[in-house]
Design a protein around this ligand. Structure first.
Ligand SMILES: Nc1ncnc2c1ncn2[C@@H]1O[C@H](COP(=O)(O)OP(=O)(O)O)[C@@H](O)[C@H]1O
Ligand SMILES: [Mg+2]
Length: 208
């Protein structure tokens, strides 16, 4: 079983977008996939409810607030979406139950500053210090040909964290959120998937 979580304390930076796409990718490859959400608002749950039943199934990983974060036993891939503001005890618990953490970061100055404290908290966590979990950064709404990308790299140098990939801005992610249908459900062979998503998907399945 492989367990991933998507986290960044800033709202709107693309956590749920990444989580639903990761889930749908593995589901399309006939894996048993569970998608869980620590957010009280249960945005991933609502997204799953909207997902057409003829598409590759993604199961709901039911998590109650005070529960230990154990993924369902029969699953191949468990993906944990998390709320804005995740920190402290709940963050530690989540880190103890996954193998990899994906952190979406935009190139906005404000987002980068908001993420700094989170990186510091991550670095101080036992699971990270002992290298039990890997952390990978995804530049979200970032075009690698722009100056903004350079600024993001410059900011991340300080933390010695890898930028696994960058996902460009696209209307299609807004549609995916509304319809329950991801880019992978629509066209798994598109160029954007190969250049932007493939490095992340490869990083996720790589054993550390
Ligand atoms: N690469 C992108 N291009 C365009 N819109 C995006 C992109 N990533 C996320 N969005 C949109 O931004 C909004 C916030 O993203 P979301 O994944 O819900 O963030 P979070 O879960 O971190 O709060 C959503 O409406 C989503 O569709
Ligand atoms: Mg979200």
């Amino acid at each position: 079983m492989r367990k991933f979580m998507v986290a960044n304390p800033k709202g709107g930076c693309g956590k749920s977008t990444l989580a639903i796409h990761m889930a749908s990718w593995f589901a399309q490859h006939d894996e048993i996939v569970y998608l869980g959400d620590l957010d009280r608002q249960q945005s991933s749950r609502h997204w799953l409810d909207a997902r057409p039943s003829n598409l590759a199934p993604i199961r709901h990983w039911e998590i109650s607030e005070d529960e230990v974060l154990l993924p369902p036993k029969n699953c191949n891939f468990a993906i944990l979406d998390t709320p804005a503001g995740l920190h402290g005890k709940r963050l530690k618990e989540a880190l103890n139950s996954v193998d990899k953490v994906v952190v979406p970061v935009s190139s906005s100055r404000f987002d980068m500053l908001a993420t700094r404290e989170f990186f510091e908290e991550l670095a101080a966590t036992k699971a990270v210090r002992k290298e039990r979990v890997d952390i990978g950064i995804v530049g979200m709404r970032v075009d690698v040909r722009t100056h903004a990308y350079g600024q993001l790299l410059e900011f991340l140098k300080e933390f010695d964290l890898p930028v696994v990939t960058c996902i460009a801005q696209s209307q299609r992610y807004l549609q995916a959120a509304d319809t329950g249908v991801t880019l992978f459900d629509k066209d798994a062979n598109s160029v954007a998937i190969d250049t932007q998503w493939r490095p992340l998907l490869n990083w996720l399945i790589r054993r550390h």
